[in-house]
Structures are given as C-alpha cells and as structure tokens.
Design a protein around this ligand. Structure first.
Ligand SMILES: Nc1nc2c(ncn2[C@@H]2O[C@H](COP(=O)(O)OP(=O)(O)O)[C@@H](O)[C@H]2O)c(=O)[nH]1
Ligand SMILES: [Mg+2]
Length: 259
C-alpha cells in the first residue's frame, strides 16, 4: 500500500517544526510496518523567499530522504490550489491512497496513520473510498480549539451539511484521504482554489454517491490561523452557494455520477 500525503504550506517556517518533529518519530516506525509506505509532499505555495529558504533548511536538516519532499510553487495559488498541485504529482506517480493534512500539525501524524489504516481496510471490506477527519469533542478524543473558531466553524459546517442535504458533520477538517480512482474522477471539479476547495471535493464525491466515512480525530490548534473569521466565511459560503447551483442543475438535467 503506497500513500501520498500533501502538506500545503504558505509561510509556514514557524509552524512547520512541530510536524517535522512528529514525522521524525513516525517515519522510521512506518517504514517497519509492512503494509504502509507513506510519502509526504510539502507544497510551498509561493511563500516569501526567506520563509521558503527556512522551510527548505528545516526539511533538509531533518534528513527524511525520499519520504518527505518539498515542492515550490512560484506564485500563491491558495490552499486548495497547492493541494491540487501536490495531488497531481502523487496521482501521476501511481500512489494508491492520496490525501492532505495541514502544515501546522493541528492533526497529529498518528491520526493520519489511523485514518489510512481505517481507509485501507474499509475500502477493501466495504467499498469506502475516502476518510475525512472530524473534530468532535468526545470521550477518548482530544480536541483543543479556540472557542470562537469552533462556533463559527460549527455554524458553517451545519449550514453546509443541511444546505447540501448531506450527513457530514465536519466539512473543514484539515485531514482528508481518498482512494486514487475516486480522487482522480473528482479532482478537477472544485472551482474555488482557496478555503472551500476540499469541501467542494467532498461534496462532489458525496453527490456522486461515493461512500466517504468521517473519523473523529485529535486536533490541537496552534493559533495564528490564516483563515479570517470576519472576511472568509462569507466568501466561502458564496463559493458553496454557486457550487450548489451547479450540482442542482446537473441533477435536473438527469446526469448522474461525478458532475
Ligand atoms: N497553499 C496555501 N496554503 C495555505 C494558505 N494559507 C494557509 N495555508 C495552509 O492551509 C493550512 C491550514 O491553515 P491555517 O492557517 O492553520 O488555517 P486553519 O487551521 O484552517 O484555521 C496550513 O497548512 C497552511 O499552510 C495559502 O494561501 N496557500
Ligand atoms: Mg490550522
């Protein structure tokens, strides 16, 4: 089983060390687990030159070899655009499972491992084609979030799931992984290249009838989020309202499957 995980990074020199430290502990163990070969692709999304240089130095010093690569985009495309660029590389290289996680280490690497293990089994046994993280505060899970972000995020996800008539709880979690053929079919569908790219990807799959599972994951917010609670939610909703119109038009025209 070969997995490819994209990590979008925009001026992340300060927040990247936590993830790299975790990878330092994880990768040697992952290499020993026979059924996992996980590669990471950090996509620098046109960060400032000194930020990119610092990210590069940090990654080189960690000596991960082939397990972690750094790709540089010359200009900023947005979180979704950077993930898309990374996923296209992984698909071209023939990886079986592909996904993404945030550079700030909000989702611990052990949760990625758990999600991958879950997907491999659920795909084989039950035709599940994707697993997305879900930030649910519950016994057995650790979810640390800024209360305001939590409430705005909950309002947003609740709106999206009822507006699109889908039973998804958390549309915005930074951890999502998919089986390659499903991903390939839907990869070009999202229109937004920034914050709702992954939500549109997920909604496109659900609309087409793919079986995606949510997995409650640990989440530890570090602060310094680049998502503005004032500016971004309205733009995000606007992108989704337009996207929903497109889905409805396709349903009305009687087409099934991916839009
Ligand atoms: N490619 C790209 N990634 C971004 C951009 N802004 C943020 N990110 C990445 O998106 C991820 C989540 O960003 P973060 O600021 O932690 O937002 P939050 O956790 O969703 O509140 C991180 O990996 C960031 O580096 C951007 O403009 N371009
Ligand atoms: Mg974050």
């Amino acid at each position: 089983m070969r997995a490819f995980v994209v990590v979008p990074a925009f001026n992340e020199a300060a927040r990247l060390p936590r993830l790299l430290e975790e990878l330092g502990g994880y990768l040697p163990r992952a290499a020993q687990a026979a059924d996992f070969d996980v590669r990471f692709c950090i996509v620098d999304d046109g960060s400032r030159q000194e930020q990119f240089a610092a990210e590069k130095r940090l990654i080189r010093e960690a000596e991960f070899g082939d397990a972690v690569r750094l790709v540089r985009l010359e200009s900023n495309r947005g979180k979704g655009g950077a993930i898309l660029a990374g996923l296209e590389i992984g698909l071209a290289e023939g990886f079986d499972y592909l996904g993404f996680m945030d550079a700030d280490g909000a989702v611990p690497v052990r949760e990625l491992h758990r999600a991958l293990a879950y997907l491999v089994t659920a795909h084989r046994d039950a035709g599940v084609t994707g697993v997305v993280g879900s930030r649910i505060r519950m016994l057995g899970r650790l979810v640390e979030r800024n209360p305001l972000r939590h409430y705005v995020g909950r309002a947003f996800a609740t709106f999206v799931s009822s507006w699109f008539s889908q039973g998804v709880y958390d549309t915005q979690c930074g951890l999502k992984i998919f089986e390659r053929e499903t991903l390939r079919r839907h990869l070009q569908i999202p229109e937004d290249k920034r914050w709702v790219w992954d939500t549109q990807l997920l909604l496109s799959m659900l609309h087409a009838g793919d079986t995606i599972h949510e997995l409650p994951v640990d989440w530890r917010e570090t602060g310094n989020s680049k998502v503005s609670l004032v500016r971004d939610p309205l733009t995000m909703i606007w992108h989704l309202v337009r996207f929903r119109r497109r889905l409805r038009a396709l349903r009305a025209s009687g087409r099934s499957g991916p839009i």
